[in-house]
Design a protein around this ligand. Structure first.
Ligand SMILES: Cc1cc2nc3c(=O)[nH]c(=O)nc-3n(C[C@H](O)[C@H](O)[C@H](O)COP(=O)(O)O)c2cc1C
Length: 190
């Protein structure tokens, strides 16, 4: 696996003093802009806050309790929105796929720049909709936290440090990759 993918993880122990530049955020947004989209529709939109600005403050106000403790230490919060279409299931479903691809590319771009990216569904979309006048045909789905890790985890809130120490695990490949028929593991033959 590529080392950028190996190095990606969703951290919480961000350095509350570290800042991100608009150049850095622009590079990360570019990585999202160049993600593939269904039918080249390009439904994904971003609302960008840098810590200290009004947008960042409005975004932190939407966070759920579990995220409010750590995410305000991010250098940037990016609200990621995509198409909403009750009468067009393709537009609706693939809009979500397109958003996921954009967030994935942004996350890997961030890793390449020494920045951690942490996606969050834990925010109140209706508060965000009202705060930023998000049109009815768009849905806010994820806030992407971007930050630099704190140098000294001992200075972090113990709960945050503890959550960052939890082992990261995945289902084994044989349980999720099949061939011939569903449930029959794909086997590497080399
Ligand atoms: C769509 C989505 C929503 C998520 N929402 C939250 C969230 O609200 N708060 C949080 O702390 N982590 C959130 N996460 C991060 C996951 O918990 C994390 O990706 C998962 O535990 C795997 O850990 P890893 O990213 O370090 O591999 C979210 C991830 C995704 C993809």
């Amino acid at each position: 696996m590529h080392e950028l993918i190996e190095e990606r993880w969703s951290a919480r122990g961000y350095d509350p003093e570290a800042t991100l530049s608009t150049d850095e955020i622009t590079d990360i947004l570019e990585a999202g802009r160049w993600a593939p989209t269904w039918g080249r529709i390009q439904p994904v939109r971003f609302v960008v806050g840098l810590r200290g600005d009004a947008t960042f403050g409005q975004l932190t106000a939407t966070l759920t309790r579990g995220n409010k403790g750590w995410a305000p230490s991010a250098g940037a919060l990016i609200l990621v929105c995509t198409s909403d279409a009750a009468d067009d299931t393709k537009l609706h479903d693939y809009g979500a796929v397109d958003l996921g691809l954009a967030v994935a590319q942004m996350s890997i771009q961030a890793v390449s720049m020494g920045i951690n990216a942490h996606p969050m569904a834990g925010f109140d979309a209706s508060i965000a909709r009202a705060a930023f006048d998000i049109p009815a045909d768009k849905r806010p789905m994820v806030i992407l936290g971007l930050g630099r890790l704190a140098d000294d985890p001992a200075l972090l809130d113990p709960d945050v440090a503890d959550r960052d120490r939890q082992p990261r695990e995945r289902l084994p490949l044989r349980e999720i990759a099949f061939s011939r028929r569903w449930g029959e593991p794909f086997t590497v033959t080399k």
